[in-house]
Design a protein around this ligand. Structure first.
Ligand SMILES: Cc1ncc(COP(=O)(O)O)c(C=O)c1O
Length: 438
């Protein structure tokens, strides 16, 4: 069965009777008129369908928790939508925890993870009854135990490990291989467990956590990840007599950014995970653990598109290469300049198939590398035309900046013909409000 991450466009996308692109029953020309550009747009139905697909795909494995990886896109409204779908939240900072808490009142459905958590963040997590903390290193073990002890509390923890799996994905977003800044190397695991058993009485070790990469297209890596993790469960039981009960497999499922991409469906990765659990719990004589899946990109990536207004254009005389500039770029979407991410785009307001031309879509920022899409075929663009770049829902808004002192765009959620602003456009006042004169 196909799942929305395998589409380029949000599930409600169509061309309406005016010839304009419509998402969630809303004409994007009208949405741009009302909310301005650049504009982040999310299709609520796509987010919910993807969340439901995860639940359905794992429905035969009852002990599954889903935690949305907040780093992909975190706002109060996304907390409302995904908590309503039964998801918890994988958080990595005080800001992400604060956002969840401001909606839900506590952090009982959350996990805190990260390679350099501050004392303040650990305090915040414990004080708000976080479900689990994924401990990344020896220093953190000692610090967390000290904080928990001072509060007279016992904290449930996972140990983040690097299982040594290399995914065929962009090198900047691989996190599970052996040379990684995240987690304990498998050769350090026993020392970490010994310290918990002997010295850290305020920590309760529940299980292991790994994340083997992002934008993953291969399904077998999940089978191998489970095999390695359960191998460690068995080894730890044999050596320490500790029965681990929780296995967090991270996120990573890819999405189709271009027509050449072939992301698997959620059902395909669920099958690999469940098959591997069945095989290795039986082979190692283990009880089936609670599992946790932490998707980010695949939940919100396809649901999000960015709307831009076309401005100037320039043709290089010697090569005839044409640049068309839009009113956004690397500050609202750093992915192309950061790791050469590739996208598909469409013109929102015209469908003139005859007059296509090859152009490069340039951002408005003062960096030559601020190019959103290289060499894309589109109908001839004029200033004030509207351009829609698909699949910008993950790691766009959340990685945005105020580079060149530009304002962060608004975020609008589209559903059933209604366009609801879920994040307001920043104002110049907000831009300078923390600046102090000498
Ligand atoms: C620990 C962890 N879990 C989950 C994710 C989410 O990954 P993705 O957005 O590829 O699903 C990440 C992303 O870096 C991560 O580091």
């Amino acid at each position: 069965m196909e799942t929305p991450n395998q589409n380029i466009k949000p599930v409600t996308t169509k061309i309406n009777e005016k010839g304009n692109i419509e998402i969630g029953g809303c004409d994007l020309v009208d949405v741009a008129k009302k909310h301005g550009t650049p504009l982040y747009i999310y299709c609520e139905k796509t987010i919910r369908e993807m969340a439901k697909a995860y639940k359905d795909a794992f429905s035969s494995y009852k002990k599954t928790h889903f935690m949305f990886a907040s780093k992909a896109f975190m706002t109060k409204a996304i907390v409302q939508i995904l908590s309503c779908e039964g998801f918890g939240f994988d958080t990595v900072s005080g800001g992400e925890m604060y956002t969840v808490k401001s909606v839900l009142g506590d952090l009982k459905t959350c996990l805190l993870n990260g390679n350099n958590k501050s004392e303040e963040e650990l305090n915040m997590a414990i004080d708000n009854n976080i479900r689990l903390i994924s401990v990344d290193n020896f220093l953190e073990l000692a610090m967390l135990n000290r904080i928990a002890k001072s509060k007279n509390k016992t904290v449930d923890i996972l140990l983040r490990i690097t299982p040594g799996i290399e995914c065929h994905t962009h090198k900047y977003i691989q996190t599970g291989h052996l040379d990684s800044k995240f987690g304990f190397d498998l050769t350090q695991l026993d020392e970490a467990i010994e310290s918990i058993v002997e010295d850290y009485k305020n920590l309760n070790l529940k299980g292991l956590h790994a994340h083997i990469g992002s934008q993953i297209f291969e399904t077998k890596v999940y089978y191998d990840e489970v095999k390695i993790m359960l191998g460690e469960f068995k080894r730890i039981y044999d050596k320490f007599g500790i029965k681990l009960t929780e296995m967090n497999l991270g996120g990573g499922l890819g999405i189709n950014y271009t027509i050449n991409d072939r992301a698997p469906s959620v059902y395909e990765i669920a099958k690999q995970i469940i098959d591997s659990i069945d095989k290795y719990t039986e082979e190692y004589n283990l009880e089936k653990p609670t599992i946790c899946i932490e998707p980010g990109r695949s939940i919100v990536g396809t649901a999000g598109v960015t709307l831009y207004k076309v401005g100037t254009s320039k043709t290089i005389p010697i090569s005839n290469k044409k640049y068309v500039a839009v009113d956004g770029g690397m500050a609202d979407n750093p992915r192309p300049s950061l790791y050469q991410a590739v996208y598909e785009a469409e013109v929102v307001n015209k469908r003139d198939k005859n007059k296509k031309e090859k152009i490069t879509i340039a951002g408005r920022y003062c960096e030559s590398g601020d190019i959103l899409i290289n060499d894309v075929e589109l109908p001839e663009l004029n200033s004030n035309d509207l351009l829609c770049i698909y699949d910008t829902g993950a790691y766009g808004y959340s990685m945005s900046s105020n580079y060149n002192r530009t304002l962060k765009p608004a975020v609008v959620l589209l559903n059933n013909g209604s366009a609801k602003e879920i994040v307001k456009r920043q104002t110049y006042n907000q831009l300078v409000e923390n600046d102090m004169l000498l």
